[in-house]
Design a binder for this molecule. Structure first.
Ligand code: PLP
Length: 427
């Protein structure tokens, strides 16, 4: 049945369940076809057989493709890449070659830029809380723009370097139901933001403007971002008109969903940014920080089945990667990554009606939390069969530990010059 034949207003819970199942099935078929095409373009099967698993396959062409997509969507915005998502040298080099700057939250990340001989003068040091030594080191490395959100932090900048400027991070306190929002552990309440800017000016610390961050996972993120940007503009106007603070910069943070998470979200957010901020450019400098939307499509994970069991009637597959490794970023999120067997990707198109069975996937450790997904539909798998998870580049490798002395998953970098489609595999 095609998705067109699904009733748009299901009459019952059973109808809804059936519709959701069909949509999932449809998405999986589309994702499988896209991955089939991509895998044949890059010779994935041979690569995985040669290199073994677990293995990340990093594709610089995808980094460039996504960066260029955002540059076209937000032509007046200075794009920074959030190194926290995936600070791999190949990603750093690609972003730099596309003309992007960087967002760092530690001196370690700045050292990675230095290692690639990329000047830090265009980088933002955006951790709102820093050791005084780190500020001095970052300034010596060339960073000129920092984030702060409280008087004690602002004081750390006195006398460091007269060229440094601060962005004051604005806080999003709680949603309408009173739940704290993602990132609420940072930021100054907007009603105190101008007092903090005036305090900074009074001790000789320059403030450039304000930074905000609305997480991609938030419901109605475009509306939330719109209200934060309006608030930041209001503060800039009031600060300049009443106190002559010379504020001229807004950093709209991250939160652009990756394409596989729902590309339409990006268009809505980009529209908000264009509508609210474009009329104020060029007097206003606008920065954005891209993390997950660049890093996620950059890497695909290949992992193998190393053990199998049936428990309480469920099929369990144990993998050579897990929640203490490359899936660590999923902890507590309730998200299930897209997964395909290498076999079905090689066969894709041959038999569209290949049966799928609900499986539980567990990781490589002995820890009870090391369950990656339950009830995930997969084709029949045997020992040593390979599973492919596209769009796994963001907050994956960086979150992995070496718990139980297991090494982090290796990364194979594809040649950047390879001719191929730059689009993301959307599943
Ligand atoms: C302040 C700030 N900016 C940017 C980012 C990057 O966000 P994303 O990965 O959603 O693009 C984050 C991530 O948590 C953040 O906290």
């Amino acid at each position: 049945m095609s998705i067109d034949t699904i009733p748009s207003r299901p009459r019952s819970a059973a109808d809804r369940t059936r519709r959701d199942g069909l949509q999932r099935h449809e998405r999986r078929s589309t994702g499988r076809a896209a991955l089939h095409e991509y895998a044949s373009t890059i010779g994935l099967a041979a690569l995985v057989r040669r290199a073994g698993t677990p293995l990340f396959v990093l594709d610089p062409a995808r980094v460039a493709g996504e960066f260029e997509r955002f540059a076209a969507l937000l032509p007046f915005v200075r794009l920074r890449y959030a190194l926290a998502a995936l600070p791999h040298p190949a990603v750093i080099r690609t972003v730099a070659s596309c003309g992007g700057g960087f967002d760092a939250v530690s001196t370690g990340e700045l050292a990675m830029l230095a290692h690639e001989q990329i000047p830090a003068s265009d980088a933002v040091f955006s951790h709102p809380i820093k050791r005084a030594d780190d500020i001095v080191a970052a300034a010596a490395a060339g960073v000129r723009l920092f984030v702060a959100d409280n008087p004690a932090e602002v004081r750390k900048f006195t006398g460091v370097n007269p060229e440094l400027r601060l962005l004051l991070r604005l806080r999003r306190a709680a949603d309408a139901a009173g739940h704290p929002l993602d990132g609420a552990h940072f930021g100054i309440d907007t009603e105190h933001a101008l007092n903090l800017a005036r305090f900074a000016a009074s001790i000789g610390v320059r403030v450039a403007g304000f930074s905000v961050h609305v997480a991609a996972s938030e419901p109605d993120a475009p509306a939330a971002l719109s209200s934060m940007l309006h608030e930041a503009l209001r503060l800039i106007d009031e600060g300049n008109a009443r106190w002559g603070l010379g504020l001229d910069t807004i950093d709209l943070g991250g939160g652009m969903p990756a394409e596989h998470e729902g590309g339409e979200g990006v268009d809505a957010i980009a529209e908000v940014v264009r509508n609210v901020l474009a009329p104020r450019v060029p007097q206003l400098r606008v920065l954005a920080v891209l993390g997950r939307c660049i890093a996620a499509p950059a890497m695909l994970l290949a992992t193998s089945v190393v053990g199998q069991a049936t428990r309480d009637g469920e099929i369990w597959h144990y993998l050579d990667d897990g929640m203490h490794g490359s899936f660590a970023g999923l902890r507590g999120s309730g998200e299930v990554p897209s997964m395909f067997s290498l076999g079905e990707i090689e066969r894709a198109g041959a038999d569209e009606r290949e049966p799928l069975y609900p499986c539980t996937l567990a990781g490589a450790s002995t820890d009870g939390i090391d369950v990656i997904a339950r009830g995930i539909p997969l084709p029949p798998l045997g020992l040593n069969d390979v599973l492919l998870c596209p769009d796994m580049g963001a907050y994956s490798l960086v979150m992995a530990s070496n718990f139980e002395a297991v090494h982090r998953t290796r990364v194979h970098v594809l040649r950047p010059s390879r001719a191929q489609s730059k689009r993301t595999v959307s599943v």
